[in-house]
Write a protein that binds this ligand. Structure first.
Ligand code: UDP
Length: 328
């Protein structure tokens, strides 16, 4: 039986597909390639289409014996979600509903769902535990939280078991250097810093230095994309055992400020990386640091590339090998 990876041509999806293939899993992939890249899919059976297209979904489920779904497919930019919230609800919530309906119709009862630290909003306590209140400060986080709630009721009504993984800031690339992060436009901190190091941009803009943090810039918890991929495999195995649904944070439990990340990138790349302070980016919480104790204890998750140096070094290898990403 196959694992269906929705959004498997995207950044995190493609790295998880690579990890599944390394475990000899049978993989079926859906991606509408609006953000994803065909070249990022290193194997498996790729269907190009949209989750909102019910006929298309029907075909994928009818043609394959799907055991479980790992669902990455979503728009994920905080800033863009503030400007175009309806677009986010349509793709992220409506699309997921269609997927869950198809799963139910074809008796597929296991799903691993990509959620986000953005569900917490401005947390009252850090490191953030899963019980922290969820009050998102942007539509992106709201759409992910909406799906979490849909999953809860889908389990009650239809017995669809789920693992929700709330990611903190994901970065880095596969050790092969074949796949990595390529967004268009790029808005994420580490790839932009590395584009400056490559000479593709003049400088990095630091969005705000008036936050209540030590150096005034925002603090985030960075996790290596392959450690994240491993967590998805553990989550599928947990569902296979018939364990109960659960929600887990995924981060390294250590916070780095924007200025701190730039410093580490200067060391790793040996480039000066000019920086300039700009205004805040709307929707950004000041500090997001994970407590990942729950997934470490319950699923035995064991991050192998926790240091920010290693995360940035692996991303740097990808960027140097692919200065234009996957190309046009
Ligand atoms: N950031 C920045 N300059 C940039 C891009 C991002 O200062 O060019 C900051 C952003 O405001 C946030 C942190 O870097 O505090 C991480 O942003 P990113 O977009 O990478 O991830 P997010 O936290 O939004 O998921």
């Amino acid at each position: 039986m196959a694992i269906l990876v929705c959004g498997g041509a995207g950044y995190i999806g493609s790295h998880t597909v690579a990890a599944l293939l390394e475990k000899n899993e049978e993989v079926v992939i859906i991606d509408h390639l609006e953000k994803g890249h065909k070249e990022a899919v290193l194997g498996g059976k790729l269907y190009i289409g949209d989750l909102r297209d019910t006929e298309f979904l029907d075909k994928v489920f009818a043609e394959n014996k799907i055991e479980a779904v790992i669902h990455f497919a979503a728009f994920s930019l905080v800033g863009e979600s503030m400007e175009e919230p309806f677009k986010y609800y349509d793709n992220n919530v409506y699309g997921t509903l269609r997927l869950l309906e198809a799963m139910n119709k074809y008796h597929v009862k296991k799903i691993v769902f990509s959620s986000t630290a953005a569900t917490y909003g401005e947390p009252k306590r850090v490191p953030i535990k899963e019980e922290e209140e969820t009050i998102p400060t942007n539509p992106y986080g709201e759409t992910k939280l909406a799906v979490e709630k849909i999953l809860k009721w889908g389990e009650v009504a239809y017995g669809i078991n789920y693992i929700v993984l709330r990611y903190f800031n994901v970065a880095g690339a596969h050790k092969s250097g074949k796949i990595g992060e390529d967004h268009s436009p790029e808005t994420h901190l580490i790839p932009i810093i590395l584009q400056v190091a490559l000479g593709k941009r003049e400088k990095i803009m630091i969005y705000g230095e008036d936050y209540p943090t030590k150096d005034g810039s925002c603090i985030r918890d960075y996790i290596h994309v392959m450690d994240l991929a491993d967590a998805h495999i553990l989550a599928v195995d947990k569902l296979r055992k018939g364990d109960r649904s659960a929600t887990y944070n995924l981060g390294n439990g250590e916070g780095f400020s924007v200025k701190g990340v730039i410093e580490v990138a200067r060391k790793v790349t040996g480039h000066a990386i000019p920086a300039e302070v700009a205004g805040r980016r709307p929707g950004d919480p000041a500090i997001l640091i994970a407590s990942s104790e729950k997934i470490i204890t319950e699923l035995g998750w064991n991050p192998k590339h926790a240091s920010l140096e290693e995360i940035i070094a692996s991303a740097w290898k990808w960027h140097q090998g692919h200065p234009d990403g996957y190309g046009k």
